[in-house]
Ligand binder design. Structure first.
Ligand code: BTN
Length: 321
């Protein structure tokens, strides 16, 4: 990594406080002139780096620089391969291509915007600026249950947001996260199986978080149903830190996926349990969500008193009229 990258990482580690040019030069093993040159180059790239004459350099507390370097400062060792883009068509598409080329377990693609964000059931996923879009390559080996991974991804986001933002999100089975009654995060897990061995080649867990997306950035039809964590832009946690926290949480959950230890947490934050839901089957029907089993399948009780197990599909928490 070059001087510019090292300087950004150092300031990210000390965000909000000023580090003297002398101290930076000492830590990076370079001259003060080289520090000044790297700082100017970063500023020219749009990094909101403040220089106090004779006082040193700092990153503003609300600076939100999303690059591979800032992301690495928040990821614990061992380091994972990263691709960080300002804009891409879809981080899931990029991660799948990367997985096919051999990207190892834990590789992550991150973008600030997507031009062709993919949602579940062939839908698109609005991905305007201010959001955080990431896809993580998982290599499950012999076992691999995409529904459990999806549920684990929801818990990973819920934990990361709680830990960094102090906000408790609610989980709408199976993979949406809600804040103040509106969708704030969508998750799309895509998997490829080796037909000869029957084992899972890879799972790509794609996560889109409306982070400091202004409400006006959503299309009119999404306004009543979508929100973001900081619609007024008042976030103080950089998206690099949030992306790293989601990655760390998901990889930790993945290690013990078969134990299902995370399912009580998934149930505790469920938006649907105990509620009347509409199962969007053909034709749709109403039922009461009564449980989530150990495979993260939803148990519903129909009007006739029968219990049904939903393995996948869509439910709505609003009665269909
Ligand atoms: C849904 O709500 O239907 C799922 C949306 C999943 C969106 C994320 S954003 C990052 C990753 N890349 C994509 O194209 N989709 C997922």
């Amino acid at each position: 990594m070059g001087t510019k990258h090292n300087l950004l990482a150092l300031l990210e580690q000390n965000r909000g406080s000023t580090v003297s040019g002398q101290e930076i030069a000492r830590q990076l093993g370079i001259s003060r002139a080289a520090v000044g040159k790297a700082a100017a180059a970063l500023r020219a790239q749009g990094v909101p780096l403040q220089a106090v004459p004779g006082g040193g350099y700092s990153l503003a507390p609300q600076a939100d620089v999303l690059t591979a370097e800032t992301l690495r400062t928040y990821l614990p060792a061992p380091q994972y391969p990263l691709q960080v883009e300002e804009e891409t068509a879809s981080t899931n598409l990029a991660a799948k291509q990367w997985a096919i080329q051999g990207a190892p377990h834990g590789s992550m693609v991150v973008a600030q915007r997507q031009s062709g964000g993919r949602g579940r059931l062939g839908r698109s996923f609005a991905s305007p600026g201010g959001g955080l879009y990431l896809s993580i390559v998982l290599r499950p080996g012999q076992s691999g249950n995409p529904v459990l991974v999806t549920a684990a991804a929801a818990v990973a986001v819920s934990r990361a947001v709680q830990q960094l933002c102090g906000i408790q999100l609610q989980i709408k089975w199976v993979n949406d996260l809600f804040y103040n009654g509106k969708k704030v995060c969508g998750i799309l897990c895509e998997a490829a199986t080796n037909m000869e061995t029957g084992s899972m080649e890879y799972i790509v867990a794609g996560i889109g978080i409306n982070y400091r997306t202004p409400q006006s950035a959503f299309a009119p039809e999404l306004q009543p149903v979508a929100t973001s964590l900081y619609p007024g832009g008042q976030a103080t946690v950089p998206r690099a830190q949030l992306a790293a926290a989601v990655h760390t949480q998901l990889l930790a959950l993945f290690e013990t996926l078969d134990s299902r230890d995370f399912l009580p947490e998934y149930r505790a934050h469920s938006l649907v349990l105990g509620k009347q839901v509409t199962v969007l089957a053909q034709p749709p029907y109403t039922a009461t969500a009564i449980g989530i089993n150990d495979d993260a399948h939803l148990l519903v009780q129909t009007a006739s008193g029968q219990t049904e197990t939903l393995c996948a599909g869509e439910i709505s928490i609003k009665p269909q009229v």
